[in-house]
Design a protein around this ligand. Structure first.
Ligand code: UGA
Length: 437
């Protein structure tokens, strides 16, 4: 099939590579000329494991090309996926201007019956608006609208896209549904489940999933606060909770909470959607509040232990919003950095991939090339992202390099017994603190 993909961000670019891998002829479109030039030169605009190989395979096979010209993506296309950004407005609502512009331009340039698919996360009701936009442009051509939300995670995007947990298809016509089933045929043949719904249900389901996952994380973080107050151990509490299959063990990881470009913005947009529909959904605001509290709980531990932060040096290990990515958008680590800098501390950070992005977000942050350089002379270390290489550091070497051996573990990656044996003051989230006597 001939497929256009509008937007080459984390979702769009992985989608380009995956669809080409499935055997389709794909044109990736982006208005950012610099990004397209980079992609044409074979360079990925961000770090995502396996993406370089996937895109290289597709371009070398001649099944994937890139352009800034949306007409090229729309011409002769059976399907066009809209994967453009939906950033938050000041009110928290999703800004859908780029989605509208993409649909309008695809409709203007379509040369045959094309299924225009929302893949970007959009509020329920967006497809109705798109339909009106498209009809205004083209009365001469039958164009279909569909919703096919993406569930890939950054850092595991390629894996998730090639082996999805489910394919959600919200379609308004049999034609759109059949075309999308043909797009994903190789995955469906391998046993991947297809869930067919109407469009509004597909749109709403995506927000429902992200908001629920964020709620699980915040629930676990609220348990961490409760455990700190009650002298209990949250590691055991989430073990007990997670061993009940009705609860499930995933997304009960406590610490600094969630960041990134999806959960914070989607939660806000979902709350705004609820309000616009006349449904009061304060649970979502509470989830966000607990998430902010998680960052401040770690900052408070640093402050309580070091007393005055003026003249103190704090090292942050991990700056990306999660391991496996160089993405620092709304990364909890940067919240910690800003709060500590505001309180007078000097802050140095290390991340295997995200140093440059963190520096451009927080220019006062010093960036170290390796973790041992970061901790040299530090009065406190805060573990912000659980990269595997941070979990396997030589802790005795870290202890000796630090001015004060204090670790605030914002992801609970270390073993308290080992930290006690090494003589650290060790302050995990929701677990009893280790304070040498
Ligand atoms: C999330 C969803 O997991 C994807 O299914 C969805 O497709 C994507 O948003 C999206 O809407 O595009 P992503 O933001 O890439 O994916 O990352 P997650 O793995 O979900 O992690 C989100 C945040 O939660 C990270 O900051 C992570 O550190 C944090 N987290 C995750 C926890 O604090 N605790 C956990 O137990 C799990």
């Amino acid at each position: 099939m001939k497929i256009g993909v509008i937007g080459t961000g984390h979702v769009g670019l992985v989608t380009c590579g995956t669809l080409a891998h499935l055997g389709h002829e794909v044109v990736g479109v982006d208005t950012d000329a610099e990004k397209i030039a980079q992609l044409e030169a074979g360079k990925m605009p961000f770090f995502e494991p396996g993406l370089q190989e996937l895109v290289d395979e597709a371009t070398q096979a001649g099944r994937l090309t890139f352009t800034t010209d949306i007409a090229e993506g729309a011409r002769d296309a059976d399907v066009v996926f809209i994967c453009v950004g939906t950033p938050p407005k000041a009110s928290g609502e999703a800004n859908l201007a780029a989605v509208e512009a993409a649909a309008r331009d695809v409709a203007r340039n379509a040369t045959k019956r094309t299924v225009i698919v929302e893949k970007s996360t959009v509020p329920a009701g967006t497809a109705g608006r798109l339909r009106r936009t498209i009809e205004r442009e083209r009365k001469d051509l039958a164009l279909d609208v569909a919703s096919n939300p993406e569930f890939l995670r950054e850092g595991k995007g390629v894996e998730d896209s090639l082996s999805p947990t489910r394919i959600l298809l919200g379609a308004e016509s049999d034609h759109a549904f059949e075309v999308l089933c043909a797009v994903y045929k190789p995955l469906i043949d391998k046993g991947c489940r297809v869930i067919q719904t109407d469009i509004a249900t597909a749109e709403l389901s995506k927000h429902a999933c992200n908001a629920f996952l964020a709620m699980k994380i915040s629930y676990a973080n609220a348990m961490a606060r409760m455990c700190e107050l009650a002298g209990a151990d949250v590691a055991d509490v989430v073990e007990v909770m997670g061993s009940d299959p009705r609860i499930g063990k995933d997304f009960l990881g406590v610490g600094l909470g969630y960041g990134g470009y999806c959960f914070p913005k989607d939660l806000q947009a979902f709350e705004r959607l609820a309000a616009s529909l006349g449904y009061d959904f304060p649970l979502l605001n509470e989830v966000a509040r607990i998430n902010e509290e998680a960052v401040m709980a770690a900052v408070k531990k640093v402050e309580d232990t070091l007393w005055n932060l003026d003249g103190k040096r704090v090292a942050l290990l991990g700056l990306a919003f999660k391991p496996g990515t160089d993405d620092t958008r709304l990364a909890p680590a940067l919240g910690v950095a800003r709060a500590l800098i505001e309180r007078g501390s000097s802050v140095v950070g290390y991340d295997p991939q995200a140093g440059a992005n963190a520096k451009s977000d927080v220019p006062e942050l010093e960036i170290a090339e390796d973790p041992y350089e970061a901790v040299e002379g530090a009065h406190c270390v805060v573990v912000c992202t659980e990269w595997p290489d941070i979990g396997s550091l030589d802790l005795a070497k870290i202890h000796d390099a630090m001015a004060y051996p204090v670790i605030v573990d914002g992801r609970n990656i270390f073993d308290p017994k080992e930290m006690a044996a090494l003589g650290f003051t060790y302050l995990p989230a929701g677990r009893p603190p280790i304070v040498p006597t």
